[in-house]
Design a protein around this ligand. Structure first.
Ligand code: ADP
Ligand code: MG
Length: 314
């Protein structure tokens, strides 16, 4: 299973929309996809489940909050017990091979995130604190190594717009990081900061793994930047507006994150509703309009970077 973290410090840049639609298209191509909602805003979860369904049968026992809320996440419940199969989107898939499952988030995850970070302290020896650091940061990675997840081709993690401990566990668990961004000044500035923080986390994690005397049982990590996908791009007369084109070029030239060829245009017509249908817009679209084509190109680019093809090895 390939694991991709979808992240950006900024909210409202299209992370959840990209995660939901990328996952749905990949499943529609015949892949087995697991979506993990790590944002306490729970928007990804509500793209697939109604609020009533969530309150009645998910909220109290089957969200990632219960999983992280343990002395060591994953000690009390197994991650695979949290996997849900949203009905409406799976009914909408055109292939019997594909599947879209989801692990739900919870508003209360925001408090757990702070408590978890506090647990990093409280150890007095250097070796003890390094071990705690590695244990906590690799909890999601360990959880996803469960053989139950071997059936999936791809996991997409929708991260919260912060660099808290929960987001860090997603980076440690991922092989690639996908960064949706808007083509504006603040967003392009934020990218360098994001890359810098990811690099520091990876460096520190690997330094602890390599630490003399060795902390047994941990492997180095190397989550690469899959790239920036520019979203909500303004297109007039088939062209990206001059101002946005300049920001995209600037990122192309000066950023350490590769810019993906695929871009997703601003389209309130497709993404204007609140997702109450339970089926992402790209599976509801009738005909292959330009936005569907842009998303299909993005899926091609992402699957290509992961060396994943429908019908290939799991
Ligand atoms: N390509 C797009 N065109 C128009 N609106 C979009 C597009 N992508 C996302 N949106 C809308 O923008 C808002 C923020 O998107 P969302 O995916 O929730 O961002 P994030 O997860 O980064 O906070 C949502 O209302 C969503 O429907
Ligand atoms: Mg979101």
């Amino acid at each position: 299973m390939r694991v991709v973290a979808v992240m950006n410090y900024k909210g409202g840049v299209g992370k959840t929309t990209i995660t939901a639609n990328l996952g749905a298209i990949a499943a529609n191509l015949g892949l087995r996809v697991l979506l993990i909602d790590l944002d306490p805003q729970t928007n990804l979860t509500f793209s697939f489940f109604s609020i009533d369904e969530w309150h009645d049968r998910i909220k109290d026992k089957r969200t990632i909050k219960q999983w992280y809320d343990a002395e060591m996440p994953g000690r009390d419940i197994s991650l695979s017990d949290l996997v849900l199969t949203p009905e409406r989107v799976n009914d909408a898939l055109e292939t019997a091979d594909g599947r879209l499952d989801l692990i739900s988030s919870h508003l209360g995850l925001i408090d757990i995130d702070l408590e978890l970070a506090a647990r990093l302290g409280g150890t007095t020896t250097l070796d003890g604190s390094k071990r705690k650091f590695l244990d906590l940061h690799s909890c999601l990675r360990r959880g996803l190594e469960d053989s139950d997840f071997g059936q999936y081709d791809l996991a997409l993690i929708d991260c919260a717009p912060n660099f808290g401990l929960v987001t860090k566990t997603a980076i440690v668990a991922s092989q690639k990081i996908l960064v949706p961004a808007k083509a504006d000044y603040l967003s392009t500035l934020g990218l360098e900061y994001l890359v810098g923080n990811c690099d520091s986390l990876v460096r520190q994690f690997n330094e602890y793994v390599d630490h003399k005397g060795g902390v047994a049982g941990y492997r180095r990590i190397d989550p690469g930047m899959l790239g920036v996908v520019f979203t909500m791009v303004q297109i007039y007369s088939q062209q990206v507006t001059a101002a946005q084109h300049a920001y995209i070029e600037e990122t192309n030239l000066n950023s350490r994150v590769p810019v993906l060829t695929s871009k997703i245009r601003n389209s309130p017509r497709h993404f204007g509703d609140a997702g109450e249908s339970g089926v992402p817009a790209m599976l509801r679209a009738t005909g292959r309009d330009e936005v569907v084509r842009e998303f299909e190109q993005l899926v091609d680019e992402v699957l290509g970077a992961l060396a994943l093809s429908p019908g290939g090895d799991r």
